[in-house]
Design a protein around this ligand. Sequence first.
Ligand SMILES: *[C@@H]1O[C@H](CO)[C@@H](O)[C@H](O)[C@H]1NC(C)=O
Ligand SMILES: *[C@@H]1O[C@H](CO)[C@@H](O)[C@H](O)[C@H]1NC(C)=O
Ligand SMILES: *[C@@H]1O[C@H](CO)[C@@H](O)[C@H](O)[C@H]1NC(C)=O
Ligand SMILES: *[C@@H]1O[C@H](CO)[C@@H](O)[C@H](O)[C@H]1NC(C)=O
Ligand SMILES: *[C@@H]1O[C@H](CO)[C@@H](O)[C@H](O)[C@H]1NC(C)=O
Ligand SMILES: *[C@@H]1O[C@H](CO)[C@@H](O)[C@H](O)[C@H]1NC(C)=O
Ligand SMILES: *[C@@H]1O[C@H](CO)[C@@H](O)[C@H](O)[C@H]1NC(C)=O
Length: 443
Amino acid sequence: MNRHLIGTIAFLLIILSNRVLGRTSYGYNKEPEFAEPVRNVTVAVGRTAQLLCVVDNLGTYRVAWLRVESKTILTIHQNVITRNYRVNLSHNDHRNWVLHIRDVQESDRGGYMCQINTVPMKSQVGYLDVFVPPEILGSESSSDVLVREGFNVTLTCRSKGYPTPTVTWRREDGEPLAVGNWQNNMIQVSKFVEDLSLSAKVHKGAQLNITKVSRLHMGAYLCIASNGVPPSVSHRIILQVHFPPLIWIPHQLVGALLGSDITLECHTEAFPTPVNYWTKEDGAMIVSNMKYTCGTIEETYKIYMKLTIRNVEPVDYGKYRCFAKNSLGETEGSIRLYEIHISSPNEGELSTSFLQSVNGKKQWINNSTVGKPAFSAEGDADNRRGGKFNDHTRKNDRTSRNSSSSSPELPGRFKKDQLTLIIVNGLLLGAYFLLHFELSAVR
Ligand SMILES: *[C@@H]1O[C@H](CO)[C@@H](O)[C@H](O)[C@H]1NC(C)=O
Ligand SMILES: *[C@@H]1O[C@H](CO)[C@@H](O)[C@H](O)[C@H]1NC(C)=O
Ligand SMILES: *[C@@H]1O[C@H](CO)[C@@H](O)[C@H](O)[C@H]1NC(C)=O
Ligand SMILES: *[C@@H]1O[C@H](CO)[C@@H](O)[C@H](O)[C@H]1NC(C)=O
Ligand SMILES: *[C@@H]1O[C@H](CO)[C@@H](O)[C@H](O)[C@H]1NC(C)=O
Ligand SMILES: *[C@@H]1O[C@H](CO)[C@@H](O)[C@H](O)[C@H]1NC(C)=O
Ligand SMILES: *[C@@H]1O[C@H](CO)[C@@H](O)[C@H](O)[C@H]1NC(C)=O
């Protein structure tokens, strides 16, 4: 019984001592094993990639790194074999073997094998993916484009990168790309953006085809290439649409009072930017001076022409023409300036008092509120027919009597006796208070 116990203890001691020495009684050397798989690695070009191989119980065996595709040996044990100066190795405790690849190139993309020289050999493979940020190929992309209105135009933006970049288009001013057959190619960003109208602001693809280009397409376009690897890049293309001038006149008949200042307006659209000028009935070109001010407000292809005539005299009535001329054509519009006769000042009590209050019968005429109705005369159609002159004139007079009132709180509807009544009432009230005050003072 005792001997048996001693034998058991001795056996346990042997096992323990073997354990301490890293050996087992079942075999002198335990086979090396991979502690974990070699992980796949993704890096952007130019960065450093690290592939890690973890081996347990390496013992006297050795670890090597190889390229899978070319079967070239990169490292064996602690030595770097490859001539590629970008490759290096680090290890600790003969357990973690890290392959370093500096300044990663696209050619480094592929499989890397970590191998242990057991028989048969053991190996694991990890893949290195190399991302390349997008780049726009300027030579294969559109530069600024000039096209005649009505033609088809294609804007191109070629890009490269890995993964293959997607190219999206938008207008620099944020306006939707809209209109044209190519609307069919719209991508639905609405998945992310609730507003459906926003989806029309973006077009996807290397080419932006615009059928029957119009002046509305004119502007700066941006193509943006992105593939998830920062930074995204963009390219700017200016689209210019050429078309001959067009003139639109809001008021072809303009009435003005003698001595007033009046402004005639012409709206033109043309590209390239036209030459704009005004002429009088005799064809003489009008230049800015004491009498006239010619102004233009330009907004891309739209030009707003303004001619101000100061202190209108009888000779100023008549026909004026505005001209717009560019390389593609020329057009003109005409405006007739006619005289407004103010109705007799004695016609209404209020206009009389008004004229008196400013002591000068012409002074109120050049007041802008008087002149305005002549410009903004609604119903151009009526004006153009020309049959409603008098009606129009009288309408203005009525307006002027209302709006030119220096004291609008005193409406013309008040009859003289009504006014008197108010004044009398006021006086009576005043008298009552005075009386009341004196009575209380006496008490
Ligand atoms: C690593 O990449 C390869 C090839 O791209 C793939 O087959 C494998 O499943 C990936 N392994 C892991 C752990 O993601
Ligand atoms: C390679 O790595 C070792 C240790 O990690 C380091 O001492 C050595 O400078 C590295 N060589 C290069 C070329 O980076
Ligand atoms: C423009 O494109 C449309 C449709 O793609 C085609 O029908 C038309 O002939 C083209 N016009 C020109 C001037 O190329
Ligand atoms: C755009 O037009 C070009 C020819 O100019 C054509 O090759 C291309 O397929 C068109 N793209 C689309 C999306 O219609
Ligand atoms: C109205 O115009 C005349 C000449 O055009 C000028 O002498 C007068 O001062 C103007 N009246 C007012 C109130 O500005
Ligand atoms: C015309 O009336 C406006 C107020 O409606 C006033 O501000 C302006 O000074 C007046 N102009 C003249 C010339 O009297
Ligand atoms: C002028 O006054 C009349 C009566 O007070 C009013 O019906 C009319 O709308 C006014 N007109 C304008 C242009 O203010």
